[in-house]
Write a new protein. Structure first.
Ligand SMILES: Cc1cc2nc3c(=O)[nH]c(=O)nc-3n(C[C@H](O)[C@H](O)[C@H](O)COP(=O)(O)OP(=O)(O)OC[C@H]3O[C@@H](n4cnc5c(N)ncnc54)[C@H](O)[C@@H]3O)c2cc1C
Length: 278
C-alpha cells in the first residue's frame, strides 16, 4: 500500500488537530531524511503522512540568553555564528551538507544510534523539549525524553514543537570519534559541560552517544567529578567509570568492546584538554 493521503498543516495548531483526529495512523515527517527512504524502499508503508515543513516550526531565537530552536529547523542553521559553539561543532559533525539542509534538529532526537550526534550535544547542555498536543503542552528535560531504543515519552497525539537550550555557563567540549574524520557514523560521540569554581568541578554533565540505546548521561562519572580538581587521577577514574556505565553495542562499525574502550580513551583526552582551559 502506498501513501494515500498527505497532509501539510500551515500551523502547529493545525498539525496537532490532525494528529488528534488520525492518531498513530498518521506518520509525522519533518525533513524526511529517515522517513522517506523507508517509504521508498517499502520498509514503512503508512497510508497517511503529515509533513511539518509549513507548520511554522523552523526558527532560531534568543530568549533570556537561552537559544530556542523550532523542531523543524534544518541542521544547517545550527552552523550560524550566533549559535552556541558546542552546538555548531556538533552540527558540523552531523551528516553531510545535503542531509543537514533537509534533516531537522527535532528529527535528530528520533534517530537510532549510532546517529544522534547533535542530540548528544543538546543533552550536555541540559536542553528542554517542548511537547505540544491539541489543547495542551508540556516541557520535559531532554535527559528524560528517551525511554528506550527508538522510544520516547511522546504520546501518539503529541509533537515536538521546540527545543530550548540554556546558555552554557562553563567549559564545554565535543568530540565525535569515528572511522573517518568526516561524514562517518560515530563509534562514540561525547559532549561535556563543566562548571568550575576555582580549580574544582562544581557541576558536570557528560553526554555519550553511540554507546547505548539512545544518547545518555554518564551519571556515576559526573558524580565522581564534582568537588574534584581536573587532574590526571580524576580524569583516569572518571573515564573508567563512564566506560563501565555505558551500554555499548556491536554493529558493522565497531564492536561493543571497542566502543567501551573508546569511551575511556576519548573521554580522558577530552577532559585532559579541558583541564588546561582558563
Ligand atoms: C546519509 C545520512 C547520513 C547521516 N549521518 C548522520 C550523522 O553523521 N550524525 C547524526 O547524528 N545523524 C546522521 N544522520 C541522521 C540525520 O541527522 C537525521 O536523518 C535527521 O536529523 C532526521 O531529521 P528529519 O527531519 O529528516 O527526520 P524525519 O525523517 O522527517 O523523521 C524521523 C523520525 O522523527 C520523527 N519526528 C521528526 N520530527 C518530529 C517532531 N517534530 N515531532 C515528533 N516526531 C518527529 C518522525 O516521525 C520520524 O519517526 C544521517 C542521515 C542520513 C540519511
Amino acid at each position: 500500500m502506498t501513501v494515500q493521503s498527505y497532509y501539510l498543516p500551515r500551523s502547529l495548531a493545525e498539525a496537532t488537530a490532525l494528529l488528534a483526529e488520525h492518531g498513530p495512523s498518521l506518520l509525522v515527517m519533518a525533513g524526511g531524511t529517515v522517513v522517506m527512504p523507508l517509504i521508498n524502499e517499502g520498509v514503512s508503508t503508512p497510508e497517511k503522512v503529515m509533513g511539518l515543513r509549513r507548520a511554522g516550526l523552523s526558527y532560531l531565537r534568543r530568549e533570556d540568553g537561552a537559544l530556542v530552536i523550532g523542531a523543524t529547523t534544518p541542521l544547517t542553521r545550527l552552523l550560524e555564528p550566533d549559535v552556541f559553539p558546542l552546538l555548531r561543532e556538533a552540527a558540523r559533525h552531523t551528516a553531510t551538507w545535503s542531509i543537514r539542509n533537509m534533516g531537522t534538529v527535532g528529527g535528530n532526537l528520533f534517530v537510532p544510534p549510532p546517529a544522534g550526534d547533535l542530540a548528544v550535544a543538546l543533552l550536555a547542555l541540559d536542553a528542554q523539549v517542548r511537547i505540544v498536543r491539541a489543547g495542551g503542552e508540556r516541557t520535559v528535560p531532554l535527559s528524560g525524553f528517551w525511554t528506550g531504543f527508538m522510544q520516547t515519552v511522546l504520546a501518539a497525539d503529541e509533537l515536538v514543537a521546540e527545543i530550548r537550550v540554556p546558555e552554557p555557563a562553563g567549559r564545554v567540549a565535543f568530540r565525535k570519534f569515528g572511522r573517518k574524520q568526516a561524514n562517518t557514523p560515530a563509534i562514540v560521540t561525547l559532549a561535556v559541560h563543566l562548571r568550575m569554581v576555582g580549580d574544582r568541578v562544581a557541576d558536570a554533565r557528560l553526554a555519550l552517544g553511540a554507546v547505548g540505546p539512545h544518547p545518555l548521561r554518564a551519571r556515576q562519572a559526573e558524580a565522581a567529578l564534582v568537588g574534584r580538581p581536573l587532574d590526571a587521577d580524576t580524569v583516569a577514574a572518571v573515564s573508567e567509570l563512564a566506560a563501565a556505565e555505558c551500554e555499548p553495542f556491536t554493529d558493522a562499525i565497531a564492536s561493543d568492546w571497542y566502543r567501551r574502550r573508546m569511551v575511556k580513551v576519548q573521554l580522558a583526552r577530552l577532559l585532559t584538554a579541558m583541564a588546561t582551559e582558563v
